[in-house]
Design a protein around this ligand. Structure first.
Ligand code: 5AD
Ligand code: SF4
Length: 451
């Protein structure tokens, strides 16, 4: 192969939530259609794409560090193109600041124009640097189907943007108002994924529970879940994120009845005190949240619950924080994602008085993690001795001699077994547990389904 014909490689790095991961997959897909082969090796890349997150300052600092490191690669390979896209670039006024800080970046794109990446890439290849950020989405059809065959699990966007304006959150400012995709589009995308070997989908939206409110017909998230549950050949359905204020009885009943809908609900509560919830503009009280949890646990026995929690929101007192700890002890989450409040410019909470000093935030976070770790451990220890259905995903990252997969409740399980089990649903008996992982043995004679 001559140098002119050398295969071009693209490496895509995604930071942040599953939306960002799905967007990164879209960018990889568009690049492959332009002749770039996906790779993991930064040193051999001809194109590096960084899809960014700006939900917390720590994420931004990590990404800025990574973009800085890439400068060195450009010195070795002057033909290397670097693209930076997504939420961080979309923040009002961010583009100019970022361009000054990282002049070695060739392509800048926001969240609303990633499906235009083909044109941006061509312009960068032909003319040089290009920067484009749209104020708002211009088309309703934003999804780019992925051609990657045989992927066992896939993310499927059901809506974009968010209308909730929680006072700490930058997301509505960088992803726009909520837009639901048409049900037929979603169902067809999933049917195509299943044809290509996909067995598990995660339906994505900033608030999946308000799906459909902007559609012309009367159609809600429960209707969509039920329709997805009927798709032949799909084994597991997950969804994220659920907002407690929109979690209807109809939805809980649909999850309870669904054959393939996994018994796992990610239901962020963010703070345990009503005063902090009010200042966060979460639109529910602690009591309402707990009543939703009670209903879920009543209708879906054994349901696995996970949550997001913020500590150190402006004005949070020791008593407010104690209520967060108390709620965590009461609910018994299988896992919690815990964050220190991070000031995001342009959000109302950034202007609020009584910002909490970093040392107090750190101390509260540490105390919260300790409580949740013991809850996570108790949750997993209660699973020891029982047998669960696991979708086998591949070798364990920590121990490549073991396989790994997840329960329907989304708990990670590690167990010995042949590679031939990958892609299958198997029964695994749990023998040991720590706060994060279950360890078991596979009852190989009890195959449930084959690809
Ligand atoms: N500071 C800390 N955590 C935040 N989150 C969103 N915005 C902020 C912020 N400014 C958390 C919330 C949300 C999760 C995705 O990130 O808990 O549910
Ligand atoms: Fe942010 Fe709140 Fe919307 Fe979630 S629901 S994306 S926390 S504004």
């Amino acid at each position: 192969m001559s140098i002119a014909e050398k295969e071009k490689k693209v490496v895509t790095l995604a930071f942040g939530c599953q939306m960002s991961e799905r967007d990164a997959d879209t960018l990889t897909e568009i690049s492959s259609q332009q002749g770039y082969t996906p790779s993991q090796d930064l040193a051999e890349a001809d194109l590096i794409i960084i899809n960014t997150c700006c939900v917390r300052e720590s994420a931004e600092n990590k990404i800025l560090g990574k973009i800085g490191e890439l400068k060195r690669l450009k010195e070795h390979n002057p033909n290397l193109k670097i693209a930076v896209s997504g939420c961080m670039v979309q923040q009002p006024g961010a583009l100019e600041r970022l361009r000054k800080r990282a002049p070695h970046v060739d392509i800048w794109a926001g969240t609303h124009n990633i499906h235009e990446f083909k044109r941006l890439l061509e312009e960068a290849e032909q003319k040089g640097k290009v920067a484009e950020v749209w104020d708002k989405p211009k088309e309703t059809h934003e999804s780019v189907p992925l051609a990657e065959k045989g992927k066992l699990k896939a993310f499927v966007n059901i809506s974009y943007g968010c209308d909730n304006f929680c006072t700490y959150c930058i997301v509505p400012h960088v992803r726009g108002r909520e837009r639901s995709r048409e049900p037929e589009e979603i169902i067809n995308e999933i049917k195509e994924l299943v044809k290509s070997g996909c067995r598990e989908v995660t339906l994505l939206g900033q608030n999946v529970n308000s799906y459909g409110q902007d559609l012309e017909r009367t159609y809600d998230f429960a209707d969509l879940l039920q329709a997805v549950d009927e798709i032949e050949g799909l084994w597991r359905i997950r969804f994220t994120t659920s907002h407690p204020k929109d979690l209807s009885d109809k939805l809980i009943e649909t999850i309870a009845k669904g054959e393939h809908i996994c018994e796992h609900i990610h239901l962020p509560f963010q703070a345990g005190s009503n005063e902090i919830l009010r200042r966060m503009n979460r639109k529910y009280t602690r009591e309402y949240y707990l009543s939703r949890i009670a209903r879920i646990q009543e209708l879906i026995p054994g349901v696995s619950l996970t949550t997001d929690i913020i500590v150190g929101f402006p004005g949070e007192t020791e008593e407010d924080f104690e209520q967060t700890l108390e709620l965590v002890r009461q609910v018994r989450y299988s896992q919690a994602f815990t964050f220190m409040y991070s000031k995001r410019s342009g959000t109302p909470a950034a202007q609020m008085p009584d910002q909490i000093p970093l040392d107090i935030k750190k101390h509260r976070l540490q105390r919260l993690i300790e409580v949740q770790n013991s809850q996570s451990l108790a949750w997993r220890q209660a699973m020891v001795g029982k047998t669960y259905e696991i979708l086998v995903e591949g070798p364990s990252k920590a121990n490549p001699n073991r396989l790994t997969g997840r329960t329907r409740g989304n708990e990670l399980v590690v167990f010995p077994g042949e590679d031939s089990l990958i892609g299958h649903l198997v029964q695994v008996k749990i023998e040991d547990a720590n706060s994060y992982t279950l360890f078991g043995t596979c009852e190989e004679d009890k195959f449930l389904k084959e690809c």
